[in-house]
Design a protein around this ligand. Structure first.
Ligand SMILES: Cc1ncc(COP(=O)(O)O)c(C=O)c1O
Length: 402
């Protein structure tokens, strides 16, 4: 009998099943109102336009759309993305060699881990952190340096202290990058202020550390002023930008991107070759044609209307039904998540079982900490449930505290 345990690599042993997946597996029955996953509302998917364009992409462009493609990505899609990065993000002068098309930004996170992280590396991350980033990086065995999040983003004083400490030990070269989600953080919902973006760049440049900026939610702003990307503020110097079509078009098409220094992009392309040869050519060309139609920002506008309403209904319901003294929650200006903080005595993992019994699901905060601590936080996503269910769902959460 083959002893599989002996065969599995060290890397495979570091991998953990996503707690979100585990928790939500049995929370999928229809009587449960789920604030769990971060899946977009399917009503935001522009299926008619995509159906029409698919026909042309398949019939007229089959030698490309049904064939292998370059690992680096479809040149037409890159042209479209470069235009958007210029128009919407003020990123000038990007060339094809500065872009890699990936299978969602999740693959981009994995590729960043693959090309930068060794077992003796450090990676600086926010606490809480996007779970998918933690899983992607963890596989490569680095040590996490965790920095608290504040209402206006990463605690940059803490970043500075941590950098000083690592530097004083002579280990700064082992710190590979600072990972940050500056807009409408997943799970915390907070946005990094302009001052902090600038301070982070100054620190990263001073200590010669890369910033990895992950921005899936930036276009989903419901209130307030758009802030410049860290990438733009730094003129691309020492910053890698990840983006994705998942939250603004469709997660099922699995199109993401890495923008950055051409040497980094080339190394990531090399790593991608061994993983999947290329991103599906059909969806790349479909997205290229879709972006060329120029309708995406109108579509995003209507998605914003849907999500803004849902977010406001959830915030109002939280005020009405969560009567726990000391409880608070973020009031995000965009994105898909609200982060609830309860008094310390509550363990939201324990509460989760009770929540399922009353027919509501959320993600316990512990999922978003690399040290698996007990957490009194919960992440609530307002994107997927129908508007009418949101108030009822929060009412059910409120009942947990009666
Ligand atoms: C912060 C962040 N980064 C990356 C991703 C991955 O998205 P995708 O692989 O669908 O592009 C997500 C998805 O929820 C996310 O929230």
């Amino acid at each position: 009998m083959l002893k599989l345990e002996r065969l599995f690599s060290k890397m495979s042993k570091r991998m953990k099943s996503s707690i979100i997946r585990e928790l939500l597996r049995d929370a999928t029955n229809t009587s449960i109102i789920s604030f769990g996953g971060g899946a977009p509302d399917p009503e935001t998917f522009d299926r008619n336009t995509l159906a029409r364009l698919s026909q042309g992409v398949l019939i007229d462009e089959y030698p490309i759309s049904l064939q292998y493609g370059a690992t680096e990505g479809d040149p037409l899609l890159k042209d479209e993305l470069i235009k958007i990065l210029d128009d919407r993000h003020g990123i000038k002068g990007l060339k094809h060699e500065n872009l890699l098309i990936t299978v969602g930004s999740q693959q981009a996170l994995d590729l960043m881990g693959r090309i930068f992280l060794d077992e003796d590396s450090y990676v600086m991350v926010s606490h809480p952190i996007y779970l998918g980033a933690a899983s992607a990086f963890r596989a490569y065995g680095p040590k996490f340096v965790t920095i608290d999040l504040e209402d206006d983003g990463l605690n940059v004083n803490e970043v500075e202290r941590a950098l000083k400490k690592i530097d004083s030990r002579g280990e700064i070269s082992k710190l590979k990058f600072i990972y940050t989600v500056p807009n409408f953080h997943n799970p915390a919902g907070v946005t990094m202020s302009l001052e902090k973006r600038k301070a982070l760049i100054e620190l990263a440049h001073r200590y010669d550390v890369l910033i990895l900026e992950d921005d899936p939610y930036g276009e989903l702003r419901y209130e307030g002023e758009k802030l410049p990307d860290i990438y733009t503020l730094a003129s691309g110097e020492g910053v890698v930008l990840l983006n994705t079509m998942s939250k603004v078009m469709s997660p099922g098409i699995r199109i993401g991107m890495i923008a950055g220094d051409k040497e980094i992009v080339a190394k990531a392309a090399l790593a991608k070759q061994g993983a999947d040869l290329c991103t599906p050519t059909f969806t790349q060309r479909l997205v290229a044609r879709y972006l060329h139609e120029g309708v995406i920002f109108d579509r995003i506008k209507s998605a914003i209307e849907i999500y803004r309403k849902k977010k406001n209904v959830m915030l109002n319901a939280l005020g009405k039904y969560i009567k726990v003294s000391g409880a608070k929650w973020t009031k995000p200006e965009g994105g898909l998540f609200i982060w609830v903080t309860l008094p310390k005595e509550y363990d939201t993992m324990k509460l989760f079982e009770k929540a399922k019994k009353v027919g509501v699901a959320y993600i316990p905060g512990t999922a978003f900490y690399v040290d698996d601590r007990i957490s009194s936080n919960m992440r609530l996503s307002f994107c997927l449930p129908p508007l009418e269910q949101i108030e009822e769902g929060i009412k059910r959460i409120g009942k947990l505290f009666d």
